[in-house]
Design a protein around this ligand. Structure first.
Ligand SMILES: Cc1cc2nc3c(=O)[nH]c(=O)nc-3n(C[C@H](O)[C@H](O)[C@H](O)COP(=O)(O)OP(=O)(O)OC[C@H]3O[C@@H](n4cnc5c(N)ncnc54)[C@H](O)[C@@H]3O)c2cc1C
Length: 287
């Protein structure tokens, strides 16, 4: 229950944070809200010798819009996402999903950057970011670079972050006006991670799906984009047959772990149901 000993560092700029992480090497980890890292440290599944706290780093917080792009600073909390009128208006799927993460105590501390950089397949934000085509801004010893959310996740807890790099912000293009959206998450109880979850962003034209993206949470060692499932519904009205085809196409790429949330077959089955429900609800919301 008590983490191992560590040194605590509190840099004031991104450059200082990056330098600390680069100098301290493998033994150092950035600390954001601490709601994934500290529990891992208490279980001794993570034993960093140095924590580089990002809370005092200037410029890592806040939500802003420039033209059609919304930028979210890495240290913006999940609670701040929920409180943001810009998010509610421009990216309502993020608002819907943030409300399904854990409980208010976790959301007051947990950050967007921590959620997407963590690499835990159970985190909800990564699949959403992939569904929305988000781009991540990274800064490290070799300068700044951008990585698409679709290229960021490489395995459970393995991401495109290089040693010493931190994620500074996430940029998302606002989906088309009148788009439909839904995040369907099955969990055992309030506050739990997803047994299976699906994100859908779509547009409709003449009663048929015109564009569609589908993301999957906790159904593989990384978040997934269900491209074939999305393709299956484009040009179709969402009747029982097309929903079934989409659910089956999504299930075909799922490979969840068997764990306390259920055996593999069960999780794939409910994963398909989440896809069908999210498609239906997104279509109802589309204008
Ligand atoms: C009871 C409970 C229930 C939860 N349920 C859910 C849930 O249903 N869905 C969900 O998505 N999450 C859930 N969480 C996790 C929560 O959302 C975490 O806050 C989130 O996963 C990590 O964000 P953080 O800011 O707390 O990051 P931290 O815990 O501080 O960091 C997590 C990891 O990311 C790294 N990191 C953090 N910020 C950066 C950065 N800017 N750049 C590079 N690396 C960085 C850290 O070094 C660490 O390895 C739950 C947590 C608890 C305690």
């Amino acid at each position: 229950m008590i983490p191992g000993a560590f040194s605590y560092h509190r840099p004031a700029t991104v450059a200082d944070a990056v330098k600390l992480l680069a100098d301290l090497g493998d033994e150092a980890r950035p600390l954001a809200g601490g709601h994934s890292l500290i529990p891992m440290m208490k279980l001794r599944l993570a034993t960093p010798a140095h924590l580089v706290d990002l809370h005092a780093v200037a410029g890592l917080k806040g939500i802003s819009r420039s033209g059609n792009d919304v930028s979210i600073g890495a240290m913006t909390t999940q609670h701040e996402l929920l409180a943001s009128e810009e998010i509610a208006k421009s990216l309502p799927i993020l608002h819907e999903a943030a409300a399904l993460i854990a409980d208010p105590q976790v959301r007051y501390r947990g950050t967007v950057g921590g959620n997407v950089a963590n690499g835990d397949p159970g985190n909800d934000m990564p699949a959403l970011m992939m569904t929305l085509g988000a781009t991540y801004q990274l800064e490290g010893p070799n300068g700044r670079r951008e990585v698409g959310s679709g290229e960021f996740y490489q395995g459970a807890y393995f991401t495109a972050l290089e040693p010493g790099e931190i994620l500074t912000s996430v940029t998302i293009q606002v989906p088309a006006a009148g788009h439909g959206y839904a995040y369907e998450k099955l969990k055992r109880k309030v506050g739990d991670y997803a047994t299976a979850a699906a994100a859908v962003v779509l547009t409709m034209a003449g009663g048929k799906v015109a564009t569609c993206a589908i993301g999957l949470t906790n159904l593989h060692e990384t978040p997934l984009l269900a491209a074939d499932a999305a393709k299956a519904v484009i040009g179709a009205s969402l009747d029982a047959a097309s929903l079934k085809t989409a659910a089956q196409a999504a299930e075909a790429i799922m490979s969840p772990a068997a764990d306390a949330r259920g055996p593999v077959e069960y999780r794939k089955h409910v994963g398909g149901i989440m896809v069908a429900r999210a498609l239906q609800r997104a279509a109802m919301r589309a204008e």
